[in-house]
Design a protein around this ligand. Structure first.
Ligand SMILES: [Zn+2]
Length: 53
């Protein structure tokens, strides 16, 4: 599966977290992200994108 935060592959055996995507159009859409903090993938369409966390 693909990490929704960094857009990289979550390897089999690698720890992942399932979270509910707050921006999903469908309510309760679950997405997977690395359990270990990873860098958000830069968005090519928005070079100045800021991640306020
Ligand atoms: Zn990731």
């Amino acid at each position: 599966m693909i990490c929704a935060r960094c857009n990289k592959l979550i390897q089999p055996g690698e720890k992942a977290e399932t979270i509910t995507n707050p921006g999903a159009t469908a309510a309760g859409a679950d997405i997977e992200i690395h359990a270990v903090p990873c860098r958000p993938a830069p968005q090519q369409t928005a070079p100045e994108q800021r991640w306020s966390d």
